[in-house]
Ligand binder design. Structure first.
Ligand code: HAM
Length: 425
């Protein structure tokens, strides 16, 4: 019978990789806390309509990348979340969070699903960490969100990232610009491929970041977004930039930056990693003031957020040698059984140590004493505790410090007293 394999575009994360994930997650939780963000968890699936309305019908995500199904024959269509912003905003509105405080700062580390063609740094199930600051339209909020994202990168030691920023103007500016852009592009449309033709009809902004050289040539002469941005939007963008300067966050203004999701307005941004090749965006985000109303909120609720791809962050860190020192922590005590007949006593002692909060392991494979010692060293145990006939009789056990090779003879009580958490080692 053939073996089962993980579904295309999904990956197992084995224990050897968990130390890297935990290291990154620890930094994320710490930095989020420093900035006053609180963790939020939302369901893995939502009604399909939520994503259609928020991300936009014409985007690649909604158009062709969603895992959608109908659990009941005549029931509502459901989709595995392809991103978090829509679900977090839905939860915010549904949970009535606005009533408890004017501004909410939420963050997440979550699994997402997109039916994309898998390649390096692009999976069908992937993870993001991200944050959503809901309830403030201030440029400080935008700078704060970007600042927090950049601090996570900095605290992880990631180097060489490029932050690109742009202003998309307010929702009206965007509408006027899209109209002008479409009028400019239409005469060229006979020469466009099918995808670009479709974009011209549905979302011409996406043509701006086309990778096709011929299209880039056409785009070079297109009306510029910045000429359609209202004075107040320009002012808001300039203030965001000033606050980024104030925080020492380096950025590049990229007038062609548009994002692949429809809900953005004003400041949008993307972070590019030099280590990623074709899929070089490690994170992105922006303001999305229109989303709350689109999802049924009566009031306008300004918001801004970002998300960073965890797998792309890991690839970047791996290439920069930032994950090498991360070994899982070994046990404090490895019990070395000298006489297999004493396994019952060893089980009891191991249990007593664990119940006292001392991380302890014993051999479960019936190996020789030498093999047990080898294992204790391999997994980085701090101490080996020897159990043999004479130790059982005297109730005094050899405890060997595997770093210094010093050995003491102690009762189980004394061992617990010595190694108990809070006592140092
Ligand atoms: P996004 O640009 O679609 O934005 O995704 C953010 C990041 O998720 C990307 O930069 C990339 O690192 C990672 N990512 C996306 N698709 C994949 C994939 N198939 N495989 C691996 N990594 C991937 C959003 O999702 C917005 N919700 C961000 C946001 C939050 N905007 C406002 N708040």
């Amino acid at each position: 019978m053939s073996q089962y394999r993980a579904v295309k575009g999904t990956k197992d994360i084995f224990p050897g990789e968990i130390a890297s994930w935990k290291h990154i997650e620890k930094v994320i939780h710490r930095v989020a806390d420093l900035y006053g963000f609180q963790e939020v968890r939302t369901p893995v699936f939502e009604y399909t309509e939520l994503f259609q309305r928020s991300i936009g019908e014409t985007t690649d995500i909604v158009g062709k990348e969603m895992f959608t199904f109908r659990p009941e024959e005549r029931g509502q269509s459901i989709t595995l979340r392809p991103e978090m912003t829509a679900g977090v905003m839905r939860a915010y509105i549904q949970g009535g969070l606005a009533a408890s405080a004017p501004v909410h700062k939420l963050y997440y580390i979550a699994e997402l699903f997109r039916k994309e063609r898998p390649q390096a740094g692009r999976q069908r199930q992937f993870s993001q960490f991200g944050a959503e600051l809901i309830g403030s339209s201030s440029p400080e909020a935008v700078a704060e969100v970007i600042g927090m994202m950049m601090q996570v990168f900095a605290d992880l030691g990631v180097a060489g990232l490029k932050l690109r920023v742009n202003s998309l103007g307010d929702l009206d500016d965007r509408k006027h610009y899209i109209k002008a852009l479409r009028e400019y592009l239409e005469p060229y449309s006979a020469g466009f491929d099918d995808v670009t033709k479709e974009r011209l009809g549905k979302n011409p902004l996406r043509i701006l970041d086309s990778k096709d050289l011929d299209i880039q040539e056409v785009v070079a002469g297109a009306p510029k977004l910045r000429d359609y941005i209202s004075v107040s939007a320009v002012d808001e963008f300039e203030r965001v930039l000033r606050y980024l300067d104030e925080k020492g966050v380096a950025y590049v203004i990229d007038p062609l930056l548009v994002r692949g999701l429809d809900y953005y307005c004003h400041t949008a941004f993307e972070v590019i990693s030099p280590e990623l090749g074709a899929q070089d965006a490690i994170g992105g985000g922006g303001r999305y003031d229109g989303l709350a109303k689109q999802l049924g909120s009566k009031a306008d609720i300004p918001a801004v957020g970002f998300a960073v791809g965890m797998e792309r962050l890991l690839i970047t860190m791996e290439k920069q040698g930032l994950l090498e020192h991360l070994e899982p922590e070994g046990p404090q005590v490895y019990i070395v059984l000298q006489d297999p007949r004493l396994v019952g006593e060893a089980v009891g002692i191991c249990d007593a140590l664990r119940k006292s909060g001392i991380k302890s392991l014993m051999d479960l494979a019936g190996r020789s004493m030498r093999a047990q010692m080898r294992e204790a060293n391999k997994i980085g145990a701090a101490y080996a505790l020897f159990i043999g006939q004479s130790e059982m009789q005297s109730q005094v056990f050899g405890l060997k410090n595997l770093k210094t090779s010093e050995q003491e003879s102690l009762s189980v009580r004394d061992i617990i007293g010595k190694l108990k958490p809070g006592r140092g080692m």
